[in-house]
Design a protein around this ligand. Structure first.
Ligand SMILES: [Zn+2]
Length: 300
């Protein structure tokens, strides 16, 4: 396994190019022929009942469950919207939920949901809400994350709404928060896309920061040319994974219903060495989101 030391002295299976079979732990297991269990670390379960406008994907419970089955998804992390919508008990399908404090920072909502156990992580929408992660108004939210031992997920990068403010959504300021809150785990959603270099560095440098690379495109990658998908999805993910030099840092996420889960998982697989699929698609999410072991996965 990789040590958390600086780049020049880091010892890692990737850097040394040695056999992953020589390392113990879930992230360095050799590939097997058993079906790859997937945890999707970024979905939305609002189920509006109509096609999602940008992707055309039917935003229904039926379509969601069908996509989980088709892609081999055994668990997912559903993100509450800014307005507080999107909760449906889908525990039978391995779905957990992140609570959003919303634009007004509703601490009571966050505390109640975490206390009740209906929600097991916190989602903060940088950019959609014009506050930096270092805004003092978020300090009580981080305190709740520490108290309940749940990770905080930040939206970063490009925004769906043209009315959002990009400067708040750049991932650099997450470094300050990671340093000041070492006992809280943070996940940079969308890996800061298109500011992937900044996001990768923040995750590389900080032991308590992770990345997911959801929604680098909208819709189904299989509907686009392979060259286009390679350039804008596969190669950026491959670069991020290579830069952080730690297979425990990247999680799989799609951002359904903006993205077809099976098609996006295929693009993710093209970006990653096969021996690290198990870590990125499953084990890292189990650890970061404190999920119960599923499908034979051992908790590290
Ligand atoms: Zn999302």
């Amino acid at each position: 396994m990789c040590e958390h030391s600086r780049r020049r002295t880091r010892v890692c299976a990737i850097a040394l190019g040695v056999s992953v079979a020589a390392f113990s732990g879930p992230s360095c297991r050799p590939a097997s022929d058993t079906p790859l269990p997937i945890i999707d670390a970024h979905v939305h379960t609002d189920f509006t009942g109509v096609p999602e406008p940008a992707s055309g994907i039917a935003d229904t419970r039926e379509r969601f469950l069908a996509e989980l089955a088709r892609a081999g998804v055994v668990g997912a992390v559903a993100h509450m919207g800014l307005d507080g919508a999107g909760y449906e008990d889908l525990a039978d399908h391995g779905v957990i939920h992140c609570v959003s404090p919303g634009p007004a920072i509703d601490l009571r909502r966050v505390e109640e949901r975490l206390q009740a156990g209906t929600h097991r992580c916190i989602k903060i929408y940088l950019g959609y809400v014009p506050r930096f992660p270092t805004d003092s108004a978020y300090e009580p939210v981080y305190a709740l994350a520490r108290r309940f031992d749940v990770p905080v997920v930040f939206h970063t990068g490009d925004t769906y709404s043209a009315d959002a403010r990009l400067r708040y959504a750049r991932p650099l300021a997450i470094d300050d928060i990671a340093v000041e809150h070492r006992d809280v785990d943070f996940v940079i959603a969308h890996a800061g896309y298109p500011w992937i270099q900044t996001a990768a560095e923040v995750a590389y440098k900080n032991p308590n920061v992770y990345l997911e690379a959801s929604a680098f495109m909208l819709g189904d990658p299989r509907a686009r040319s392979r060259e286009w998908v390679d350039r804008y999805v596969v190669e950026p993910i491959a670069w991020i994974f290579g830069y952080v030099e730690d297979p425990t840092k990247l999680l799989f996420g799609s951002d359904w219903p903006l993205v077809d889960i099976a098609g996006y998982a295929e693009a993710y697989r093209r970006a990653l060495p096969r021996e690290h699929w198990r870590a990125v698609f499953h084990d890292n999410a189990v650890r970061v989101f404190r999920l119960e072991p599923r499908s034979g996965a051992a908790r590290p």
